[in-house]
Design a protein around this ligand. Structure first.
Ligand code: AKG
Ligand code: FE2
Length: 380
C-alpha cells in the first residue's frame, strides 16, 4: 500500500472530526507539490471543504449541473464497453494488463516526469510505463471515440442528454471523450477547460482541488489557461481556503466526478490511475456554457482577436432545435434529457446582471434559446 493510500485510509478511518488527519494527508503531498503547505489550524476548514461521494440519481445530477455545483457519485453506471453477453468486455482491474498488449500503432502525446517533457507513445508503450514503478507520467486527453480504446470504454455513457456528440462538427470536435492514464506523483497544473468535465475512475485515485476560476484569479490563484504564464500556476493554500467556491475531493475506483466548466482544477494522482471522461453540455447548462464563452471567450475561438464565444451561436441553435424535438417525446424521455432541471438552470442565471443583459441584447441566439428554455421550463 502506497503512502498516500495509507494516509487516506487513516484519514477515512478518523473522519469526521480529525483535523490532524486531514492536515497530515495534505502535508504528505508536499513531495509532489511544495506549494501545498496548509497552515496549522486549517484542518477544520479543510474538512468543511471536502466534497463527499453521493449515490447517483439522475434528477440530482441535472439539478447540480443547473446550479453549477460539483458533484461526486459513488455509483454512476460504469462507462465500460459491454460484450454481447451484456458483461463488461474487460474488468477495470484488468484494463492495464490488457492495454499493455494493445497492438494499435497510433501514438499519443504523453507528459513524462515532473517537468512535463512531451513524448509520443503508443497505447502499449503508455501502459508499459504506467506499470513500471517510479515512472511519473500522465495523459489526460487520449481520444476514445473511433480509436482502439472504444473497444474498452462506453462512448455513449452520457447519452442521451449530452448534446455534444450530435451537434455541428465544430462542437463535436470539442467533446473530448478521453481516457486518462497517470501515475502516482503526477500533478496536473491549475487549469480550466471551457466545458463542464466529468471523469470516472476505473483504477487508482486522484485528489482534485477546485475553485471558481475568476474568484480564484482575484485571490491570486493562477490558471494556466487564463493567465499568460511561462511558469507553473501560482497556488496559495491560504488563498484557496479563503474562497467561497473552494472544494476538494478524492476520486476512487467506481466514482465519477461532474465539475462545471467555471471551475479551475489542480489534480494530483495519488495512486496509478486509469479513468475515462468527457466534456458535456445539456439543457441544464446550455445557457451557463454559452454565457461563459460569450463573456470570457472560449479557449477554442478560431479567430484569436474575433468576437468572444464564436461557437456559442452554433451550440445554442443546435440546443434550441433539439429541445423542440425532445419536448415532443413522452415524459420519461424528457426526464432523461434533464428537462425537469431547466427552470432551476434559468433561476440560477442573474438576469439583471449587466453582463447577462448585454448578451441577451447583442446575441439573438442566446435570447432565443433562453426563450425556448423558459417555455419548456414552464411546461415541465
Ligand atoms: O486527471 C487529471 O490529472 C486532470 C483531469 C482534468 O483536468 C480533466 O478531466 O479535465
Ligand atoms: Fe481539466
Amino acid at each position: 500500500m502506497g503512502i498516500h493510500q495509507m494516509l487516506h485510509r487513516k484519514f477515512e478511518a478518523n473522519k469526521p472530526d480529525s483535523d490532524e488527519a486531514v492536515l497530515s494527508f495534505f502535508h504528505s503531498l508536499r513531495r509532489i507539490d511544495r506549494n501545498l503547505q496548509f497552515p496549522e489550524g486549517s484542518g477544520q476548514r479543510l474538512q468543511d471543504l471536502e466534497l463527499k461521494p453521493f449515490p447517483f440519481n439522475k434528477s440530482h445530477l441535472f439539478e447540480c449541473i443547473a446550479r453549477q455545483q460539483p458533484v461526486l457519485y459513488s455509483d454512476f453506471p460504469r462507462p465500460l464497453a459491454r460484450g454481447s453477453d451484456g458483461g463488461h468486455v474487460c474488468a477495470p482491474d484488468q484494463l492495464a494488463a490488457q492495454l499493455a498488449r494493445c497492438t494499435a500503432p497510433d501514438t499519443y502525446r504523453v507528459r513524462l516526469g515532473t517537468g512535463d517533457e512531451k513524448r509520443h507513445l503508443t497505447i502499449a508503450e503508455i501502459l508499459q510505463r504506467w506499470r513500471q514503478s517510479g515512472v511519473v507520467m500522465g495523459v489526460t486527453d487520449l481520444p476514445v471515440r473511433n480509436g482502439p480504446l472504444a473497444e474498452y470504454f462506453d462512448v455513449d455513457f452520457l447519452k442521451p442528454w449530452n448534446l455534444m456528440p450530435n451537434a455541428s462538427d465544430e462542437i463535436r470536435e470539442l467533446e473530448m471523450l478521453t481516457a486518462v492514464f497517470s501515475t502516482a506523483g503526477k500533478l496536473t497544473d491549475s487549469h480550466s477547460d471551457d466545458m463542464a468535465v466529468c471523469n470516472h475512475c476505473c483504477v487508482g485515485s486522484k485528489l482534485w482541488l477546485a475553485w471558481e476560476t475568476y474568484e480564484g484569479l482575484d485571490a491570486g490563484l493562477e490558471d494556466v489557461e487564463r493567465v499568460d504564464l511561462n511558469a507553473k500556476a501560482r497556488f496559495d493554500p491560504e488563498a484557496f481556503l479563503s474562497l467561497k467556491s473552494a472544494c476538494w475531493f478524492i476520486v476512487q475506483p467506481g466514482e465519477t466526478i461532474f465539475l462545471p466548466g467555471k471551475f479551475t482544477h489542480r489534480v494530483y494522482t495519488l495512486e496509478n490511475y486509469i479513468g475515462v471522461g468527457s466534456f458535456y453540455v445539456g439543457f441544464s447548462n446550455l445557457l451557463h456554457t454559452a454565457r461563459r464563452w460569450m463573456t470570457h471567450g472560449s479557449l477554442w475561438d478560431p479567430v484569436a482577436d474575433g468576437p468572444k464565444g464564436q461557437h456559442a451561436d452554433k451550440l445554442l441553435e443546435f440546443g434550441s432545435a433539439e429541445l423542440m424535438k425532445v419536448l415532443q417525446a413522452d415524459q420519461e424521455k424528457q426526464r432523461d434529457f434533464g428537462t425537469d432541471a431547466i427552470s432551476v438552470a434559468l433561476d440560477h442565471i442573474n438576469w439583471s446582471d449587466p453582463d447577462v443583459m448585454g448578451i441577451v441584447k447583442a446575441r439573438t441566439s442566446f435570447a432565443r434559446a433562453a426563450e425556448a428554455l423558459r417555455k419548456a421550463g414552464k411546461k415541465t
